[in-house]
Design a protein around this ligand. Sequence first.
Ligand SMILES: Cc1cc2nc3c(=O)[nH]c(=O)nc-3n(C[C@H](O)[C@H](O)[C@H](O)COP(=O)(O)OP(=O)(O)OC[C@H]3O[C@@H](n4cnc5c(N)ncnc54)[C@H](O)[C@@H]3O)c2cc1C
Length: 510
Amino acid sequence: MSNYDAIVVGGGINGLIAGAVLGRKGKKVCIIEKAGSFGGMASYAVDGGPSLAHALYNLSPLALKDTGIDADHATLTGQQIDTVSLSSDGNHIAFKEGRVYWNDGTEHPQSQAWRELTHRLKTYGGLLRQLAEAPPPGGHSASLSRARFAEMLRLAKLGVGLKKLGKTEMRRFLQVVLSNVYDIVLDDLPDGPVAGMLAADAIRGAATGPRSPGTVFNLIYRLGHGGTITRPAGGMTAVVDALVEAARAAGCTMLHETEVSRILVDEDAVTGVLTADGQTLNAPMVLSNVASPLTCKLTGPSVFDIETTRRIRNIRARGTAAKVNLRLKDASPLPGLKDELKGARLIYAPSAAYVETAFNPAKYREMSKAPVIEAIRTELPDGSHWLSAIVQYAPSDIEGGWTQSALDQLTQLTIDTLDRAVPGLRDHIVGTQTITPDQIQAATGAPGGHWHHAEMSLDQLLTLRPSNGTSRYAFGPKGLFLCGAATHPGGDVMGLAGRNAALTALEALK
Ligand SMILES: Cc1cc2nc3c(=O)[nH]c(=O)nc-3n(C[C@H](O)[C@H](O)[C@H](O)COP(=O)(O)OP(=O)(O)OC[C@H]3O[C@@H](n4cnc5c(N)ncnc54)[C@H](O)[C@@H]3O)c2cc1C
């Protein structure tokens, strides 16, 4: 039997960050990961192919700082990448340095409107970031504890930030934040590849279309750290390696290939965990990087009241993002794409209406026949070249299941769609890998293989994330906390859920 101050169940991005934060606060921590390596969904890969996650949309400098990693660690976060919105007529659009250009280098007529709209959304994103960098408001006892005082200060700062926007802009913010991205974007831009790119960024990882309420929130959320998208220099594995190193440097014991089979509870307080290979590890604090339904299974439902178990059962998590990795024969440029855009993020979303239409089949448990794609070129350390593509919509609960024929169909649709915009691409492809949400669930435990472990919808955000009554990380018995993507402020390779949970756990157990 080993004794710790805290045990973290799961070594995904958030588990690693939670462990490192606790370790740096002097706690004796053990991080337990069931897979052969750390990183969870972010670095999950099959047969040496590219990892699931391929870009950093909003890795939090604050979360990095609290793990002891230099926030300006450019070698870790990598260089900013441009975005190209692909067009079937070959007239692609490039977004670079805050402007929009045609393929021939001339400025696009919608450049100024796009610039103004994204500037506004980034300002709103900065405000939402203040909410993301702390537990959701509410939930403290009436006494003026240090945490409550800090929360009041934060909310006051947010209020000042809103006031600074001015009356008109503040009214607009409140109207925009709860709206659907389709209406907001098309208020300022005609429909086409510029609007399509914004719609695609808003729905990535979600089981929603751009017309679903709250989708602007998702877009703004990703713009919270300025909207800079980078490709980590050594791939996502390098980001995970840096976090593992940070956790080790903070004194954490790191166990991999060790599955937690039970979270132990006695007299309504956690006492540790039992592993599948029969080890008992004791700790008065357990942070679970896995989603609430799985955490509930690990404790046994009897430690929760009936209302809480009902709410946990009702959390929506239908994964819709699949990964299709296309192995390229060599490093040669893709046809029709300028060499300077070789490393760009390629989006196939010719219009916001296209994205909405792509979502329709997913409502009826079918894959999109005309999918929305984000693809990035990547070279792996073994010298192989890939086009790593996130493809939507590929619902986890597809009618008939993800049979080999369904997998082949998804692979083919991805190639056909990209080849339409980049004619001749298929001649560069020498191999494929297709990873569907059900495989992601089986490998990591994420419900429905969902990008955020739980849908980022208005009824599952802030004080309602992952469910009403469990939004401030504490989860049932004393000493048990959730710290994964299902909690506030959600997933992406961002790290704030793990960081906030660790700080909340420390405060709660003082
Ligand atoms: C197809 C796809 C592509 C994506 N691409 C990007 C991208 O490009 N950029 C981006 O920012 N985000 C991306 N994401 C989202 C991002 O990867 C996740 O939001 C984030 O990694 C979630 O991290 P987490 O630590 O909360 O959870 P997870 O990564 O799910 O970690 C949970 C960990 O717990 C472990 N575990 C489960 N059960 C047990 C147990 N019983 N005992 C011990 N360990 C256990 C799992 O093995 C796993 O390692 C993508 C997601 C998907 C599905």
